[in-house]
Design a binder for this molecule. Structure first.
Ligand code: LLP
Length: 421
């Protein structure tokens, strides 16, 4: 459920007509709904009620500080994967003890900054990284709390580019080697092993792979405890999928996911962390774009939008489907017709949809891409020297620009010309 609904024939974000935002900031832009963000966070929080837990929002999904602060004020922790994300979470007001640091390639500098600023735990992905964290911690006279990410060799049954839990993926240590790696960690004085971490992929639409992975984590917890490790925290990653179409998909609900966690792991008495990103932000955001031209081609019509693959890369990168809807509801009676919906960037991959049935549209009309709140703005680029598009946050009947569109001067002046030119 989200808070982007039609009222009197026009699409609203909560109580704000999208046409008002378009008039204020121009197109294209991203818009997020506070109520939807909070509702999604609360669904997870409630699903784990009765269990000691922390929902650490995977801020890679949408990392604007206004979004982070909205969630942090509701009680969320953060899952970060880089120094930039760590500093951004801190700037948004998230305390270090609620920040978990994930990622396969943490540098010594990143580790130092997080240890100095405070961190709940590092989710360690390899033995060399474990040694690096140990060395940095010792040099600072600190002890670093860690979990070790295990790769459970489970098929997440999702898009190959976002599956992470198979043995051939670069993530985690093979679960079969866990005893040896935990023994290694326990021998390093700069580390305090607090638990186990697992994350098997993103956009999972079935609970079975989670169940298989969490079962293995449960068995591993018992084994490691028997081997003398104080396993008291389980970080179960993110990955719960969202509906990208209104009609046919019904991914599992956070409540069922929470029940699965309690069923497979509840008896262990561990503190539970989860790292959802997409489910919190995905359907809490839209990208709004304007039709520049309607072009008739060979046997097909193109809607050429002012938004492009640099603004929303998911269709080009993962063949992802995003529902695209008119901001002003069409008059009844206008027959839908198929369009290829494209952006103005100079490559064929700049295609959002092919043969998509849409009501008849004309130049100047606004369209909204649904489910664009996660992995939308954060994956955008300035390809073709197109400015990053603004982000807007709505809360009831108010809205605020939370990232302004840069001017061309700002973009161009970032380059420096060497003295020999
Ligand atoms: N934790 C870890 C360690 C992760 O690698 C990820 C996502 C998450 C949590 C959050 O997963 P989520 O709940 O959002 O599924 N750009 C791709 C998605 C990449 C996901 C990467 N890792 C897309 O647009 O579909």
């Amino acid at each position: 459920m989200d808070h982007f609904l039609y009222r009197d024939g026009a699409l609203y974000a909560e109580d704000v007509p999208l046409t008002d935002i378009a008039a204020a900031v121009g197109t294209p832009f991203y818009v997020y709904s506070t109520a939807t963000l909070l509702r999604h966070f609360q669904l997870f929080d409630e699903a784990l009620e009765g269990t000691d837990h922390l929902v650490c929002y995977a801020m890679k999904a949408a990392s604007n500080q206004a979004i982070l602060r909205t969630l942090a004020q509701a009680g969320a922790g953060m899952d970060v994967v880089s120094m930039g994300e760590y500093l951004r979470a801190k700037a948004a007001g998230v305390p270090g003890e609620k920040i978990v640091f994930s990622g396969v390639g943490k540098t010594a500098e990143e580790i130092r900054v997080a240890l100095e600023g405070g961190v709940r735990q590092f989710n360690v992905e390899s033995e060399p990284e474990m040694e690096a964290i140990n060395a940095v911690a010792l040099s600072l006279g600190k002890v670093a709390p860690i979990t070790i990410r295990v790769n459970p060799d489970v098929d997440a049954k999702t898009h190959a580019k976002i599956a992470t839990g198979k043995s051939e993926n670069k993530f985690g240590i093979p679960i079969a080697r866990a005893s040896a790696v935990y023994a290694h960690a326990a021998a390093l004085p700069g580390l305090e092993v607090v638990g186990i971490d697992v994350h098997i992929g993103s956009q999972l639409t079935d609970l079975a792979p989670f169940e298989a992975a969490y079962q293995k984590v449960a068995d591993l917890t018992e084994r490691l405890r028997a081997e003398g490790h104080d396993i008291r925290r389980l970080d179960l990653g993110g990955g719960l999928g969202i509906p990208y179409t209104r009609s046919n998909e019904a991914p599992p609900l956070p409540l069922d996911y929470g029940a699965l966690i309690k069923r497979t792991l509840g008896h262990l008495g561990c503190e539970i962390e989860i790292e959802p990103g997409r489910l919190i932000a995905g359907n809490a955001g839209l990208m709004v774009s304007k039709v520049i031209y309607v072009k008739s081609g060979e046997g097909r019509d193109f809607l050429i939008l002012d938004g492009a693959m640099n603004d929303l890369i998911r269709p080009a990168m993962y063949d992802a489907h995003h529902d695209i809807v008119p901001v002003i509801e069409p008059e009844p009676g206008g027959d839908p017709q198929p369009y290829d919906i494209v952006g103005p960037v100079c490559e064929t991959g700049d295609t959002f949809a092919k043969g998509r049935l849409m009501p008849p549209l004309a130049a100047g009309d606004l369209v909204a891409f649904r489910s664009a709140g996660a992995y939308g703005a954060v994956m955008s680029s300035e390809y073709n020297t197109r400015p990053l598009i603004p982000e807007v946050l709505v809360n009831g009947d108010q809205f605020a620009v939370i990232r302004a569109r840069p001017s061309f001067d700002e973009i161009i002046n970032r380059d420096t010309i060497p003295s020999w030119l």
